[in-house]
Design a protein around this ligand. Structure first.
Ligand code: PAF
Length: 289
């Protein structure tokens, strides 16, 4: 496994192997790897000849006052996990090399970045322009055949798919299911912030989504969303949002929809902001998956 530290080193390696017909898979990460990342690395290893993992805590996607400086980091552990997962190239640059002085470009997807996490009450639209700018830079520099993202960040996945299509990136964007702890909590690097009590309370998020899925067929969408919110509130969690939208456009979903509906939630659990979602297929009766 080779570690590349600068855009120039990455360009040199990619120039050397560009002529080959080998397929390249990119897994972009901010490190502090967990089983969710591992599932992306595994898929990349199965599908691609060369697996590239980026490890970069991207400052431009954090709002002032967010957890940029305290974001969990453990490069040695991440390198060991990546090696074990069969990663060929790690790209772990310094922020100063990614955004050198004079850097003045932003890649921005409009519309679907302004709702849910992109609203002013959430992380703000600047969060997603930070994400799309770094992902565009990575797709451009690595030029992968496939790039892998997790469904836990459903809005991020929709925004990146939109960007890749709009900007004619040749890369296929692959979104893989959320990996969960045994009690349903979605895996996230930020789970590391939770105390044992908060960790226990946080299980209400997935339970609330399941409650919405269960009640939707009989009760209708509004009542099902209310049931989910009620479940969270009973656990002492006030959601930042708990909304039903269409996954591609993120337009608000309506009752008796013929399309799959994404129910997405963000909530602070004792000071840690967590997100999760469930995709409800049309006509689906509740399940306990
Ligand atoms: O999902 C993440 O970890 C980040 O948003 C990403 C896609 C690596 C961009 O920094």
């Amino acid at each position: 496994m080779k570690v590349l530290r600068t855009p120039a080193e990455l360009r040199e390696v990619r120039e050397r192997n560009r002529a080959s017909s080998e397929k390249v898979g990119l897994v972009p990460t901010m490190g502090y790897l967990h089983e969710g990342h591992n599932s992306l690395l595994k898929a990349a290893r199965e599908q691609a000849d060369i697996v590239v993992m980026s490890l970069f805590v991207n400052p431009t996607q954090f709002r002032a006052g967010e957890d940029l400086s305290s974001y969990p980091r453990d490069e040695d552990r991440d390198f060991a996990i990546a090696e074990q997962a069969g990663v060929d190239l790690i790209y772990a640059p310094d922020p100063g090399d990614v955004y050198p002085s004079g850097f003045a470009t932003e890649v921005e997807v409009t519309g679907l970045t302004e709702v849910l996490c992109g609203s002013e009450d959430g992380r703000g639209p600047g969060h997603f322009s930070g994400v799309t700018t770094i992902v565009a830079k990575l797709l451009n520099a690595v030029d992968p055949d496939f790039a892998y993202f997790g469904q836990k960040d459903a809005q991020q996945a929709s925004v990146i798919k939109r960007m890749a299509e709009d900007l004619d990136f040749r890369t296929e964007i692959i979104v893989l299911p959320t990996v969960r702890e045994r009690d349903g909590l979605a895996m996230s690097s930020r789970n590391a912030y939770l105390s044992p009590e908060s960790r226990e309370r946080a299980t209400a998020i997935w339970a609330a989504l399941l409650e919405t899925e269960r009640t939707y067929p009989e009760a209708g969408l509004d009542a099902a969303l209310d049931a989910g919110v009620h479940h969270l509130q009973t656990a002492g969690i006030e959601p930042e949002y708990f909304e039903a939208r269409y996954p591609g456009t993120l337009d608000p979903a309506i009752d008796d929809s013929e399309e799959a509906i994404l129910v997405a939630v963000a909530a602070q659990v004792d000071g840690t902001r967590l997100i999760d979602n469930i995709l409800i297929e049309p006509g689906k009766k509740g399940s306990t998956k």
